[in-house]
Each structure stands twice: as C-alpha cells, then as structure tokens.
Design a protein around this ligand. Structure first.
Ligand SMILES: [Zn+2]
Ligand SMILES: [Zn+2]
Length: 344
C-alpha cells in the first residue's frame, strides 16, 4: 500500500532541519516511484547542512537505493519489486557537445533534472530519464546500503580513470575521510602503491587497514622528505587531493614527480584562490585536472567493484540514522565517522 502522505527531512536553514509530512510524490509519465531504503549521507550534504546561506526549504540526499513500488506500464526494463540504486539525481542529455566529449556533468541539462523530493524522504519519484540513464538494478547479494556507494565510489573511479594510473605506480591520497578511504581501497586493488596522508592518526591507521602501503601525518614537517625517500628521490606519479588548501597544494607540488599528475578532487577549504608557481608547473610538465561527479559507464563499473567486494564498502559504514535524527547525526560526526546510512 502506497500511503497518501510521506515523511521527508527538509533543510530549512544553516544547521536547521525539519521533518515534514507531504503528499506522496507524483510518478511522472514513463517513470517510477520507489520506497527509499537507504540513502548515503554525502559530504556535500553535510556541507550544505552546515554552511547553507539559503533559507529555501529543500530535501537533500542523492545516494539513494530502494524498491520500485509503482512503475509506468510502458517501462519494460524494470518491474515492481526490483531493488534499484540511483547513480545520479541529475541526468545529462547524452547528445550535446559536453556529453559527447565525456563531460556529462557539464551538460546544461544536467542539474535541471532532479528527483522528487530527494533521498531523505520515504518515497521518491524517478523520471523516465532516470530509469534510462541513471538507475541500475542491485545485484543479488549486495545490500541496499552497500549499493548507495555507486555514487561516491563512481566519482573516485572516474578520477582514477582520468589519472591513467598504472599498476605499480606510486600515488599519494591526501585526506583520508570517506573519499580518501575509497581511493585507498580501489587503488590498492589495482596494484598501485598508495601513500595515505592525513592529519588524523585514527584515519591513517584505517587507511593502512584498507591497503595503504605507507601512512604519513600531514603535519610532521617531513612530508616531502619522506615521500622522496619512498620514491627513490623521484616523487609520486599522481596525487589525489581529496582535501585542498594552500598547504596541501604546496606539499603536493613538492612531492609529485616531474611530469606527474595532480587530481583536484575537492573544492578548496576556506580560501578560494590558491597560488602556484606556474613557471615551475610549465617547466616540469605537470598535469593538473579536476574530477567531479561520474558517468553512467563508471557507475556500471563501480557496481562490479561493490558486488565483487574487491572494494568492501560496508567496512566504511560507521552509523545509521532515521529522518528524525538526521540533524543530530550531523552535529555529532567525529573523525571516526566515514559513511552514515540514512534509512527513511
Ligand atoms: Zn554524494
Ligand atoms: Zn548534454
């Protein structure tokens, strides 16, 4: 039985949320209605909850999985009862110049398509485009909670593909929060030698457990020296910056090898304009790129990493929350939290 009214957690201001009762979202033509089982609490949601300057009430949550409870009879790829994961709440058009050149997240249509109302709700309506380009069935043996990782792990996989890292490369992963730990797990499985760098000893020890060959405290004053020692004086092939500020950028430029890669995987913290020695950047033939979001192809690959448990994402789930406790959960996050799963 689909209820007429459902609960949804609205962000209504900075560190301010309200659980409201709203009409069940309407299923669009060609779309489906899902009962949400698990939605990952994403770092981007945490930042919006902490720092939003908007007081427009909205429902966040995009790393969602659930069960199809209603579907347009013309849709044949899915049926009622299927467990599905939503790779993206935004959908690219798949045929504009951005899409055709491999940048679907830059598609001008991308952010115009959303789900109604958002993953922190009991039910969510998906459009026909979601079913065609973003939703995948959750394979047997994969939990709904694990399947929520197709979004964050898909973003890491895209960055790894863009970096063209090869087996036996040496790389640094800066920042060992949830995204950093996913990089460590993934790169370790790809036979890449990972040096994890973080300020938190707790997170470094976790990274070691997940396969980092070396762990280094970012504030020990000897980062460059130690990384050069590990790499016989050359520096690392690639740096994944999941934490970006002037200091982490300066450090990365010092320990990346000549001709190496810098992947900017996070927005800068506090200061938007960072400085760099462009003469050295030019002469050293460094390659710097950003990676944001992921593509349906990467999402399909990601599900295989999850299903095979080669990247055992469940090990990163450190807590659960319901809608009523979501704000308190965000308030009480510590360095020991990686992924919180919200069960509406
Ligand atoms: Zn996310
Ligand atoms: Zn497009």
């Amino acid at each position: 039985m689909i209820p007429e009214k459902i609960k949804a957690a609205f962000l209504v201001g900075q560190m301010d949320m309200e659980v409201r009762t709203i009409p069940v979202p309407e299923m669009p033509p060609g779309g489906a209605l899902i009962k949400v089982h698990s939605t990952g609490l994403c770092g981007s949601d945490i930042n919006r909850i902490r720092y939003t300057t908007s007081d427009e009430a909205r429902v966040l949550g995009h790393e969602m999985t659930g069960e199809i409870v209603m579907i347009d009879p013309n849709v044949t790829d899915y049926k009622v009862g299927d467990h599905v994961a939503v790779g993206h709440v935004h959908i690219p058009c798949m045929h504009c110049d951005y899409c055709r050149h491999g940048s679907p997240a830059m598609c001008r249509q991308f952010k115009e398509v959303r789900v109604d109302p958002g993953g922190y709700a009991e039910y969510v309506a998906l459009t026909h485009d979601h079913l065609a380009h973003s939703v995948i069935k959750i394979p047997e043996g994969v939990s709904d909670a694990a399947a929520t990782f197709i979004d964050p792990l898909g973003c890491c996989l895209r960055a790894v593909y863009k970096s063209k890292v090869r087996p036996f490369d040496k790389v640094v992963v800066v920042g060992n929060g949830i995204m950093g730990q996913l990089f460590v797990m993934l790169l370790n499985q790809m036979q890449v030698e990972v040096i994890a760098v973080d300020i938190s000893e707790y997170r470094l020890q976790k990274a070691k457990g997940f396969g980092a060959a070396h762990i280094l405290k970012s504030d020990n004053g000897k980062l460059e020296e130690e990384i050069l020692k590990i790499t016989e004086g050359k520096g690392v092939d690639t740096v994944f910056l999941t934490f970006l500020n002037q200091a982490s950028l300066d450090n990365a430029l010092a320990y990346v090898r000549d001709g190496g890669n810098l992947c900017v995987f996070a927005p800068p913290v506090h200061e938007l304009e960072l400085k760099m020695d462009y003469f050295s950047f030019f002469r050293r033939e460094l390659h710097m790129f950003s990676s944001y979001s992921s593509h349906i192809d990467e999402i399909i690959d990601t599900m295989q990493w999850i299903t095979s448990k080669k990247v055992d994402v469940e090990k990163l789930i450190t807590g659960t929350s319901d809608l009523d406790n979501l704000l308190d959960t965000v308030k009480n996050l510590t360095e020991e939290d990686f992924k919180i799963i919200v069960n509406p």
